[in-house]
Write a protein that binds this ligand. Structure first.
Ligand code: ZN
Length: 877
């Protein structure tokens, strides 16, 4: 944001700081007309550092009121909003400094540093927000203990929170009051947090494995306390799970969660005081969908798990972001898998990885999981660092086995507790416990791009031979790729559906159902096979790769019905669907009639009614590849309208052919039981709503969707009905009536109105742009609220392929202007939204040209933030 952050930061330039900050005492005075921050910092000059070395503190847009050495000492300083340089410092090893700054939280719309959301003061410091509060060594390898005093008018701020334990509180003059907090665990500045305001509270407690009682509190808007019950339950389950699965116990006497309505991300793991986007705390059946409940569970767990993977052991520098994020995502995935259905969870994870991370890794914004350079670190909170980072941890466990993995994690916690670490430190513990050399494996952190495996198989009686070749296409700044260690899980299935045994002389290359690919090319022979097997590959999605293999449709149909691995089974059906959709796309482009193979179409009906399969699995199987999934399969010269038509044709044909089966399934899933957000109930709703999606395409579809909407008793069903109406029957009076009903019912529930915005923003077709510009003037839409912006503009640009990519380019131009408007206040948000352009080079030439023009408008605009400029320039390439 500030001038000097436009420089490139490089991993190889990392140097430890010359100074440490051992203790940080902060006093906040939160007055209605502005805030002052008094920082008393205890510095230590590191051994070997020259006494006249200047001390350079980071700032970002700060106003300095006072700086002085404590005691009698003297020094000189030079202050700018973005830096404080101190020279002529005392020669003692330790010295104390007092710094006073002045802030205006009310005008802070970037939502970084200290800001006010809905009247509540809150902070966001990761990654570099603390320097918007006071001058500091704002880098994660500076660990300090914090003592925080907050003073504020009592009437408007009865609640005063910071990290750690509350050690004092009391009243002051002028009906102000104060609270003092002490956090005994040294922490980096990015984990600092403060909250002050008037909030309601939901309380509970948790007894840890060693018998300590921890007070739990979730702070939400008054009157919404009950909406925090699910989050509280998820928190207690997370605490228990981390004890059982990783032996990790919570380490303070209280744990606070605060929900705020203006937040750039999902949530933040500040020590003992997690701050959440309220979307990921507040839920009940009337306002939240089943996927909202699932997200809440995952994010509550994620932030809680950070207490060990992130807080107790943090990152040495921001290049190591995946050290805490990839590992913590892995942990929250495992938690959710244990709480719900593991197979279904894995399929959902892979769908998300492919939808979010693959296009990043295959486009202009590709970067290694551990990047080597950045211009703006805010732009590196990416699917690659989070989701691919998690896949790497999963592969590590697959390669080492569960026990060795756990031993490595135990050693990691033991060896590095209280430290700021690197990926090398992390890998070293696993080398030490396993005796393996992980240097080739470490390429997963250092090399960008999605590996592809090209496979061919041949069978001669008794023997199956596999030829496997790995490759990665060039990515920005990386033309030459080295072969990686790819653990490929597989199985051989006989005609009766049972696993076939085999022998192999491959030594350690093939073991325990895994092929360890470490060379560019492998030829692998498997012997002693009783019959021609059907090959099941990348079971459980053991490696985040793409596969190129010609498998007979009959084999895929067989796998879709028999594979014992739920992911591979799902994948087989989806490979069939993808291939059929690509063929249909070519037909649509050629102006030809589209007709799909009967066997695939009927398989859909069989899956819908197969009672041996979980409803949630059936729903996932019957959810067609999305338009962007299909676009990725096609690769280039994309025509989003043709994709839409091909996909629609398949949905209609499946619906027509299976009307009976789907109607029965739909009817059979209705129940009058009281609402429960558990995985089984959610799965039943998911399948029923998937059935609705098909049936709504038939002749009495409008009636059905309308009835579904009217009789819905929870948000999941309501929004499914409304979505169907808007997307299939947008121009009808019935749809308008349903939209109006919804808007009225949820007029004062912003999170529910977001769904109303989103449903309309994703209605396919060129008219969506008009809808968007009308909705941006709606009284409930606020361009400075990230949730509103994401619901409307985010959903439009990423979830409406025919609308956003309308052929005349009008949506690109509109979107670019909207981003520039957002950028003035909130660069993080504008930059993130701009990633919607990342696949522009895959479009057909006409659209490419229009997209390029919109991108140029943004780089050429005056006063573009570093954040937005960085994304747009890398995107243009
Ligand atoms: Zn995280």
């Amino acid at each position: 944001m500030h001038e000097n952050s436009s420089q490139v930061v490089r991993l190889e330039d990392y140097r430890p700081s010359d100074f440490l900050i051992l203790q940080t005492r902060l006093t906040f005075r939160l007055a209605p007309d502005g805030a002052t921050v008094r920082a008393e910092l205890m510095f230590e000059r590191r051994d070997g550092v020259e006494a006249d070395t200047p001390l350079i503190l980071d700032g970002d847009g700060l106003t300095l009121k006072r700086v002085e050495l404590k005691g009698a000492g003297k020094m000189a300083y030079e202050a700018s909003p973005d830096q404080l340089v101190l020279t002529g410092l005392p020669h003692e090893k330790h010295f104390q400094m007092l710094i006073e700054t002045e802030l205006d939280p009310d005008s802070n719309k970037a939502l970084m540093g200290l800001y006010r959301s809905n009247g509540v003061y809150c902070t966001q410091c990761e990654p570099e927000g603390f320097r918007r509060i006071t001058y500091f060594l704002d880098r994660p390898d500076i660990l300090s203990t914090y003592h925080v005093r907050i003073e504020a008018p009592k009437a408007t701020n009865p609640l005063l929170l910071s990290n750690g334990n509350r050690i004092a509180n009391g009243t002051l003059d002028n009906s102000w009051h104060f609270a003092e907090w002490h956090d005994p665990h040294p922490k980096p500045s990015y984990l600092f947090a403060l909250v002050a305001g008037d909030l309601g509270c939901l309380r509970d407690s948790f007894t840890t494995m060693s018998g300590r009682e921890v007070e739990l509190a979730i702070h939400v808007e008054h009157g919404k306390e009950k909406l925090g019950l699910y989050a509280m339950d998820a928190l207690k389950r997370s605490m228990k799970w981390d004890e059982e699965e990783f032996g990790r116990e919570y380490d303070l006497d209280i744990f606070n969660i605060v929900a705020v309505s203006d937040f750039n991300m999902g949530a933040m793991e500040n020590k003992g005081l997690n701050i959440f986007n309220d979307k990921y705390v507040l839920a009940d059946e009337a306002t939240a969908t089943d996927s909202d409940f699932a997200n809440i569970e995952a994010i509550i767990a994620h932030e809680y798990f950070h207490n060990w993977t992130g807080n107790r052991i943090t990152c040495r520098d921001w290049f190591q972001l995946c050290l805490k994020e990839g590992l913590t995502v892995y942990r929250d995935h495992e938690f959710c898998a244990d709480q719900r259905s593991r197979g279904v969870k894995r399929i959902s994870e892979v769908r998300a990885l492919r939808a979010l991370q693959f296009p990043e890794d295959q486009g202009p914004l590709a970067h290694p999981v551990r990047p080597r350079r950045y211009r703006e670190i805010n732009n590196f909170y990416t699917a690659t660092i989070y989701e691919k980072g998690s896949e790497i941890v999963r592969m590590l466990r697959t390669i080492l086995g569960a026990e060795t993995f756990r031993a490595g994690m135990d050693l990691y916690f033991k060896r590095h507790d209280g430290q700021a670490c690197t990926i090398e430190d992390f890998l070293k513990v696993f080398e030490d416990v396993s005796g393996r050399d992980l240097s080739q494996f470490s390429l997963w952190y250092n090399q960008s791009g999605t590996p592809n495996l090209a496979l061919s198989e041949s069978y001669a009686p008794g023997t199956l031979t596999l030829d496997i070749e790995q490759s990665i296409s060039p990515t920005p700044a990386e033309n030459h790729k080295r072969p990686m260690h790819i653990p490929l899980a597989f199985g051989l299935i006989g005609h009766d559906g049972k696993e076939l045994d085999f022998l192999t002389a491959e030594g350690a290359v093939v073991e325990n159902g895994l092929i360890h690919l470490q060379e560019r090319h492998h030829r692998i022979s498997l012997h002693g096979i009783k019959e021609r097997p059907v090959l099941s590959l990348n079971r459980g999605f053991s490696a985040p790769v793409t596969l190129t293999i010609e498998q007979e449709p009959q084999d895929l149909i067989f796998l879709a019905g028999h594979d014992s691995d739920p992911f591979a089974r799902w994948q087989a059906f989806h490979t069939l669907l993808s291939e059929a959709l690509m063929a249909a796309y070519r037909l649509v482009l050629g102006g030809k009639q589209v007709e799909f193979q009967q066997d695939i179409v009927f398989l859909a009906g069989k899956i819908a009614t197969d009672e041996s399969l979980e409803p949630a699995y059936r729903a996932l199987a019957l959810t067609l590849p999305s338009e962007t999934d299909i676009a990725r399969d096609i690769g280039n010269d994309i025509d989003p309208d043709a994709i839409f038509n091909a996909r629609n044709a398949l949905a209609v044909q499946i619906a027509k052919a299976n009307r009976e089966a789907f109607s029965q399934t739909y009817a059979g899933l209705h129940d009058d039981a009281p609402f429960s957000p558990d995985a089984d109930s959610a799965g039943r709703r998911a399948l029923r709503n998937t059935m609705l999606g098909y049936l709504a395409r038939l002749d009495d579809g409008l009636f059905l969707a309308q009835r579904h909407t009217k009789t819905a008793t929870n948000m999941t069903d309501l929004i499914a009905g409304l979505g169907t109406l808007v997307h299939e029957y947008g121009a009808t009076t019935q749809t308008q009536a349903a939209l109006d009903d919804y808007a009225q019912r949820y007029a004062t529930t912003p999170l529910a109105l977001d769904k109303w915005f989103q449903v309309q923003a994703t209605a396919p077709g060129p008219q969506a742009l008009e809808t968007i510009s009308v909705l941006m003037k709606h009284p409930a839409f606020h361009i400075d609220n990230p949730n509103r912006v994401r619901a409307l503009l985010g959903a439009f640009s990423t979830g409406n392929q025919t609308g956003f990519h309308r052929a005349d380019g009008a949506a690109y131009a509109f979107f670019a202007q909207a981003l520039l408007a957002i950028d003035k206040d909130n660069p993080q948000l504008s930059a993130r939204l701009a990633t919607a352009f990342r696949s522009w080079r895959a479009l057909g030439p006409m659209r490419q040209e229009k997209a390029r023009q919109a991108l140029l408008v943004m780089v050429e605009a005056s006063a573009v933030s570093v954040d937005l400029r960085d994304i747009v320039e890398r995107t243009i390439g």
